[in-house]
Design a protein around this ligand. Structure first.
Ligand code: DSN
Length: 407
């Protein structure tokens, strides 16, 4: 019996139920993944007991001999993994990390340019309901009619609005991001280039997607998506921005670092340097491409006609109708398939009732799904979308698939 089970069976039982859910459903939320046992051991370690405001060698509390070494290890590994000049490993998650970057590099009211949320951007890239849209002045680029970013259009907007910051990197974009071109445009208009690589950092670490380094000024990534680490984020940057970024994290926006998570990040960075991780990341993309192809073969439209990374967007407008994303996601959940409703480019329906689905392969790939398994998954998804009355049959097939592949 574990200590938790003995002391608090209510919480223990709920954790066990969630663990079972994760093994008996097809989890295809593009931003989710499964971390290793080693990462989870570090996450639940005694390091969470320690306060250590400041940075290695410059703390406001005593007793940080080993905490300093842990944080330095995480910093060194992050720099090595991504080839960065400077790393701050303290951000607790992606949105607070972006908040700190804005705090470091902009003044309230400054103009910046990011991807429109409706086209695949993120709330922190200038949504009116987010700090980024409330405190700063956002302008947006989107995608063309086929769903691709048009870099000439990005350049035109940048030249016209003269932003102080340009953000590349997205939450629902299935194609390769041209970081080098973004940097070129930023240089042309005198802007700082921030690459938010939260979704694709695992692919970048593995060399499957082009890196934003060395040309990008500042890079932010969460650590729990394709990178397969603990929940959290890091900021990487050129030396020129290091002091401003560090100050914006502490004392600017955060207090005591979450040392257990910093240790877990260090473990994940080491894992991401292994040949096994490179193989994993390559398989994530192969699986996503198989998913896209099989869905299209079964008459399900995929935005941009495929994917270069770990995710894809299904456009439900022609098959189910505009605004039917959430309904379809709920139907898929009944069938044991978990994904999220998502806007598609030029969606006529509002963001809270979008017309598409976002599907990703990072978690299934961690659980051992290969291309032939993903083909089966795609056929099941197509069946639910085209014939909702097959939900029960599909659920039975999902049960069998999970029992066979997930240990
Ligand atoms: N919530 C994450 C996602 O699903 O893409 C981004 O923050």
């Amino acid at each position: 019996m574990t200590a938790l089970q003995e002391q608090d069976n209510d919480v223990y039982a709920l954790i066990e139920k969630e663990a079972k859910r994760q093994k008996t459903m097809l989890n295809m939320i593009a931003s989710e993944n499964i971390s290793s046992r080693a990462v989870r051991e570090a996450t639940s370690s005694v390091l969470s007991h320690k306060y250590s405001e400041g940075y290695p060698g410059k703390r406001y509390y005593q007793g940080n001999e080993f905490i300093d070494q842990v944080e330095q290890l995480a910093i060194d590994r992050a720099k090595q993994l991504f080839g960065a000049e400077h790393a701050n490993v303290q951000p607790i998650s992606g949105s607070p990390a972006n908040f700190s970057i804005f705090l470091a590099l902009l003044e309230p009211g400054d103009t910046f340019l990011g991807m429109d949320l409706a086209c695949g951007g993120h709330l922190t890239h200038g949504s009116p309901v987010n700090f980024s849209g409330k405190l700063y002045k956002p302008h947006h680029y989107g995608v063309d009619q086929n769903g691709f970013i048009d870099m000439e259009e990005v350049r035109k907007i940048a030249v016209a609005v003269k932003p102080k910051l340009i953000i590349s990197g997205h939450s629902a974009y299935a194609r390769t991001v041209d970081f080098e071109k973004f940097s070129e445009i930023a240089q042309e208009v005198g802007a700082i280039h921030l690459a938010d690589i939260s979704h694709i950092s695992g692919l970048i670490a593995a060399g499957i997607h082009p890196s934003p380094f060395p040309h990008t000024d500042v890079v932010m990534t969460t650590t729990h998506k394709t990178l397969r680490g603990p929940r959290g984020a890091i900021i990487l940057c050129k030396e020129a921005h290091a002091q401003a970024i560090d100050k914006a994290i502490f004392p600017g926006s955060q207090g005591g670092p979450h040392n257990n998570l910093i240790a877990a990040k260090a473990v994940a960075f080491q894992e991401a340097m292994t040949p096994e991780f490179k193989q994993y990341a390559a398989q994530v993309v192969k699986n996503a491409q198989m998913l896209a192809q099989t869905l299209m073969d079964h008459g399900i439209p995929v935005v941009t006609g495929g994917t270069d990374n770990h995710l894809l967007l299904v456009d439900l407008q022609g098959l189910v109708g505009p605004g039917k994303g959430a309904e379809t996601a709920k139907l898929l959940e009944q069938a044991g398939i978990i994904c999220n409703a998502n806007s598609v480019p030029y969606d006529p329906a509002p963001p809270y009732k979008p017309s598409g689905l976002r599907l990703g392969t990072p978690m299934l790939t961690s659980q051992g799904f290969m291309e032939e398994d993903i083909q089966t998954v795609a056929v099941l998804i197509a069946s639910v979308i085209k014939n909702p009355e097959t939900v029960k049959e599909v659920r039975a097939s999902v049960d069998q698939l999970c029992a066979r592949i997930i240990s």
